[in-house]
Design a binder for this molecule. Structure first.
Ligand code: GLC
Length: 714
């Protein structure tokens, strides 16, 4: 929540009092930068017609000349705003810098798999530093949509299926981007897409979501609340509708929930062309109606549709729109521009970034988020292991960057083949480019110890408007696995899919399997660090991996069932033709060592609702021992189960995690404080409360852990 001092709030009042109605509407208008000459924009800025601009990203250039030109242009537009526009209000320059700028970092879903909020925050600090020197001061990220359906292309941009993990990662990204704000090396964050975008029917982009109030309040709002509490200055509304109400024009969602209940006092920007899409959604007759409904609904700034500049003034003059709605929106826009330091520090300068250090951070993240799914002992490979490498991703380069990587260091992205040639002894590795030919397996050397198949999906199969109907491993890749298996040599599957694919059609044919996502510039190095044991894998699944698409929807924090058939937890038989349960559950990931958990202990086994309401907690502690012979990082997870509630409660709910390095033979003790926030929920009446009764707190290596202790609320 933005806190400005009285003096600044008074300055906002003064500015609003001086602006004409047209100039106020100008502050609610986002123009597209790439549609006219510099003079054209300067002229419109002088007239106060533009509040912010959405910018394409400059072409990356080795000598940074195109970036320098972009900085010059944006500073020139800013100068016109500061010196010649009404009231000298600075401009915001936004772009989709989602996970990449001078270095490409892993896609956000992959970052979530690291369960390392500190490392993620550091990487996003890097991105803000890399980006700001080119003139931008605002980014349309993080994505906070809960992702339950891997058919949806945008799960790669999310923090996964769990509200707590998604919120923790979203907050870390907000902190990374916004940093100290007024430093001139920060990006204003924009939590998106509020709300329910990930719940669209069939995972089909731009379709509708139908979410019960219960799930809405207890699952979908939480990541946005976390980002707002972390200080996100802007929020983007989503294309979809929720329960028959397009978000873009929903007073209930944008005003009642986001602005009033959550206390968000920054500004809401619509998604690209979403205001006009109210006609398609069948709630508006024409563009004029779209403008009216979106403004009343709570969209403070319109992204490029141009209906605000065209119609809002006349709507006010005709009495169809109260000017107080305009004033409220402009107040929010000005509040963000003050809070971000743009009034004090509107220009961006060039400065040096330690790009090699940034790449080192990207490499660490690209190894820490690799999830070891299966290993019969063939991994880690030894330096003397003789390996044969092939597969469609062996020579892939650009797909490592993933969706929404508009500006990245292509020349520094190594293919797996290049990275292996660089880091593995020549006589220990051989390659085949004849990936799908009948003969590829005949090229395997006789003394080969293992075959590595680099599998995956092109980055164009993920992202916006790219949902897929089939989430299995593609048939041709399945056939490649089959042929490799037939050779009788250990086969290692490396999966470079942006989304969690259903692996049921290949997993049993593999001796080892690692999930490497779309992991950015350093993807190949990060993965080879894991395969060769230079890094002990410690990634954990932020989304469930299914056996088959027919199991959808399937997510770990589901409710109890009437009979003991909760498929996720291995109960009963959901489908006659399919093994029960996911292939790999939320929070799952193996290591090259093993960790042993003690039974948890707690500071007390009873706590009253009064104590909880006063902020008192129960401490639950667990000892975790590394019983293997190499050091490793473990993500110690804490889940809560409320056994009996007025409403059905999820069988497990993540409420905490700690990622810790534990040396071989050592033990660490971790404590989780369990209180109101962890035990309560929004009931049918929408009120947050804790109910009396029995709870179990689990501490373990993934959501299926049974390592629990009971606590009674009295
Ligand atoms: C797109 C996306 C949104 C993005 C915006 C601007 O349609 O939905 O995530 O930030 O438009 O490019």
């Amino acid at each position: 929540m933005i806190k400005l001092n009285d003096k600044t709030e008074a300055r906002i009042d003064e500015i609003i009092s001086k602006l004409t109605l047209k100039q106020k509407v100008g502050q609610m208008n986002q123009a597209v930068l790439w549609a006219g000459s510099e003079e054209y924009y300067i002229d419109r800025i002088r007239k106060g017609e533009i509040g912010t601009l959405i910018c394409g990203l400059p072409n990356r250039s080795d000598d940074r000349s195109s970036e320098a030109e972009r900085r010059r242009l944006l500073n020139s537009l800013q100068k016109a705003a500061i010196e010649e526009s009404p009231c000298g209000i600075p401009l915001m320059f936004g772009a989709d810098v989602v996970h990449s700028y001078d270095v490409c970092y892993p896609v956000p879903l992959a970052s979530a798999a690291s369960f390392d909020t500190e490392l993620v925050e550091k990487c996003y600090r890097n991105i803000a530093e890399e980006t700001s020197r080119d003139g931008l001061n605002w980014t349309f990220a993080p994505v906070l949509d809960l992702a339950h359906d891997p058919r949806w292309g945008r799960v790669v941009e999310s923090g996964g299926e769990d509200p707590y993990l998604s919120g923790s990662m979203g907050a870390a990204i907000v902190r990374g981007f916004q940093g100290q704000l007024n430093s001139g090396r920060d990006l204003i964050a924009c939590g998106k897409h509020f709300i329910g975008y990930g719940a669209m029917e069939g995972g089909r982009d731009y379709h509708n979501s139908d979410i019960s109030d219960y799930f809405f309040n207890n699952w979908y709002t939480k990541p946005f609340k976390a980002a707002v509490d972390a200080g996100a200055l802007t929020i983007m509304s989503s294309f979809n509708s929720v329960a028959g109400q397009p978000v873009t024009s929903s007073k209930k969602l944008l005003r009642d929930v986001l602005k009033n209940k959550m206390g968000f006092n920054g500004f809401v920007i619509s998604d690209y062309d979403a205001v006009k899409q109210l006609k398609n959604q069948g709630v508006a007759e024409d563009d004029r109606d779209c403008a009216r409904l979106a403004a009343i609904g709570g969209v403070d700034m319109e992204m490029v549709d141009n209906t605000y500049p065209k119609y809002l003034c006349e709507l006010v003059k005709s009495g169809e729109l109260d000017e107080s709605v305009i004033d409220e929106a402009v107040r929010r826009v000005l509040r963000v521009k003050f809070a971000s330091g743009l009034f004090d520090n509107p220009y961006r300068n060039d400065y040096d970034c330690d790009i090699e250090a940034h790449r080192a951070d990207a490499r660490q993240l690209a190894s820490e988020n690799v999830v070891l799914l299966k290993n019969n002992g063939i991994l880690p490979l030894g330096e003397n292991s003789k390996v044969f490498m092939t597969g469609p991703f062996l020579n892939e380069r650009i797909s490592h960057v993933g969706a929404w990587a508009g500006h990245y260091d292509l020349e520094r992205i190594a293919t797996y083949r290049e990275a292996a040639a660089e880091t593995v002894a020549k006589d220990k590795v051989s390659f085949s480019d004849s990936v799908f030919s009948e003969t590829v397996m005949n090229e395997i050397p006789d003394d080969c110890d293992a075959v590595i198949l680099f599998l995956g999906e092109n980055m164009c199969c993920t992202g916006e408007a790219v949902s897929v109907a089939d989430i299995s491993v593609p048939k041709d890749q399945e056939e490649l696995v089959r042929r490799a298996r037939a050779k009788g040599i250990p086969v290692i599957g490396v999966f470079n899919f942006g989304r969690p694919r259903a692996l049921g059609n290949v997993i049993d044919m593999l001796d080892a399997a690692v999930y490497g996502w779309h992991n950015g510039t350093m993807a190949a190095y990060g993965m080879l660090d894991v395969l060769y044991g230079r890094k002990n894998p410690c990634g954990k699944l932020p989304m469930t991996i299914l056996r088959h698409i027919g199991q959808l929807p399937m997510y770990y924090n589901s409710l109890n069932t009437a009979r003991s058939v909760n498929a996720y937890y291995g109960e009963g038989r959901s489908y006659y033709d399919m093994k029960t349960g996911p292939l790999y559950p939320f929070g799952y990931g193996l290591s090259y060592t093993r960790f042993e958990y003690s039974a948890p202990i707690c500071s007390k086994t009873e706590i009253s609702t009064d104590e909880l309401e006063c902020g008192k907690t129960v401490s639950v502690s667990v000892d975790v021992k590394n019983i293997g012979d190499i050091s490793g990082k473990e993500v110690i997870q804490c889940y809560v189960r409320d056994h009996v509630g007025t409403m059905q409660r999820p069988v497990r709910q993540l409420c905490g995690f700690r990622k810790v390095e534990i040396a071989a033979g050592d033990t660490v003790s971790i404590t989780f404080d369990i209180g109101m926030k962890e035990l309560g929920y929004y009931g049918e009446d929408g009120v947050f409360a804790v109910e009396k009764g029995m709870f179990t707190v689990y501490t373990g290596e993934n959501c299926l852990s049974e390592n629990g202790i009971e606590i009674r609320v009295v």
